[in-house]
Design a protein. Structure first.
Length: 360
């Protein structure tokens, strides 16, 4: 079925409706074309109901199936079913516009590191899913129980009505999706690390442009992502000049740690942090580069109050000033290099002779 995801029975047995009431959280409708009755799960907030279908098999065999909002039921209460029978259909979300107008807001969302409207929950550890039937503040509570006893179990809260991608007893690995939805970049960074975030952002941005037949080399997107991940969050300041929870540039952090270690102190510890593109551009060390982008008055005023110095390390600030950019032969190490063939200055003399001959 291209329009619906289907859920089938794993065992033979009888159906039991749990927490399902027609007119409360089940909508009954008749299809005018076929005259068949359609039973669909609907959202309701008055009662704390957790709708599910329970199949009672032979002996103590029992299987439970959670029902997300908008699921269409294919079985009635007390009905007998066989292994492989369809229990419910879940309508798939209609895909958003796949042209460039639908794609550009997506690129903006990725580069600004915004949270998607339907962000999915990721597993924080490896372990087995356990459902104890707990509901709190319209959220279903699941537990991830690790294999190692030394690790603590993790509590996961999923909004009622969201479609789950796991069932009780399933084994999940760190970073696996527990429910339907889009990925939140900050969650990927926290759970799976920097390298996985790099891969995810590059792949998602490239997908938008590839749909239009536009080829962009990965390195251009990678440079943007590198700038977004340029800062770190200090979690333990050690003997450095930093304070806890301070965001600092990676290079500054490394240099300060190096200085402290050389003096026999304890270095600071940090975790990577991701900034949206706009925020990353304003948080740069160079006040000239930041002021040329946004909030010019605020940045220049702050720079004047703090008596900041711009060391003109980057490209943008050198372009603004009118200097040669520090790239290629414009780098500082090439400034003191003198070029000659046999004797010092012979190339300069030959150039002057050539110019004089041309003038004659």
């Amino acid at each position: 079925d291209p329009y619906n995801d289907i859920v089938i029975s794993d065992i033979d047995g009888d159906v039991e409706w749990s927490d399902m009431e027609i007119g409360v959280n089940i909508r009954r409708e008749e299809d005018p074309k076929t005259s068949t009755t359609i039973l669909q799960v609907m959202d309701q907030k008055r009662k704390k109901l957790n709708p599910k279908i329970i199949i009672h098999g032979k002996g103590k065999q029992k299987q439970e199936y959670e029902l997300p909002i908008d699921a269409i039921l294919s079985v009635q209460d007390s009905q007998s079913v066989k292994k492989g029978d369809v229990l419910l259909k879940i309508p798939t979300v209609i895909e958003k516009t796949r042209d460039i107008t639908g794609g550009l807001p997506r690129v903006s969302e990725l580069f600004e590191a915004r949270k998607p409207s339907n962000a999915s929950t990721l597993a924080e550890i490896d372990g087995r899913i356990e459902d104890r039937g707990e509901i709190s503040r319209e959220k279903r509570i699941l537990y991830i129980v690790p294999d190692e006893e030394s690790q603590k179990e993790v509590e996961v809260k999923i909004p009622l009505g969201k479609q789950l991608k796991v069932r009780a007893g399933d084994y999940v690995k760190k970073g696996d999706q527990i429910d339907e939805g889009g990925f939140y970049p900050h969650d990927i960074l926290k759970i799976k690390g920097v390298s996985h975030l790099y891969d995810y952002l590059v792949k998602e941005v490239q997908e938008v442009y590839r749909l239009q037949g536009v080829h962009i080399n990965d390195k251009h997107i990678e440079i943007v992502v590198r700038q977004m991940l340029r800062n770190v969050l200090v979690v333990d300041s050690g003997d450095t000049t930093f304070v806890n929870q301070q965001q600092v540039d990676k290079q500054t952090f490394v240099e300060e740690n190096k200085r402290v270690v050389e003096e026999g102190g304890s270095p600071a510890e940090s975790v990577p942090v991701m900034l949206g593109l706009t925020k990353a551009a304003l948080n740069t060390e160079s006040f000239l580069s930041a002021a040329s982008f946004q909030e010019t008055t605020k940045i220049l005023t702050e720079a004047a109050i703090k008596g900041k110095k711009d060391l003109l390390v980057g490209l943008k600030e050198n372009v603004i000033i009118g200097n040669m950019i520090p790239a290629g032969t414009g780098m500082k190490k090439y400034k003191k290099i003198e070029v000659f063939r046999d004797d010092y200055g012979d190339l300069d003399k030959s150039n002057i002779d050539t110019i004089n001959n041309d003038n004659v």
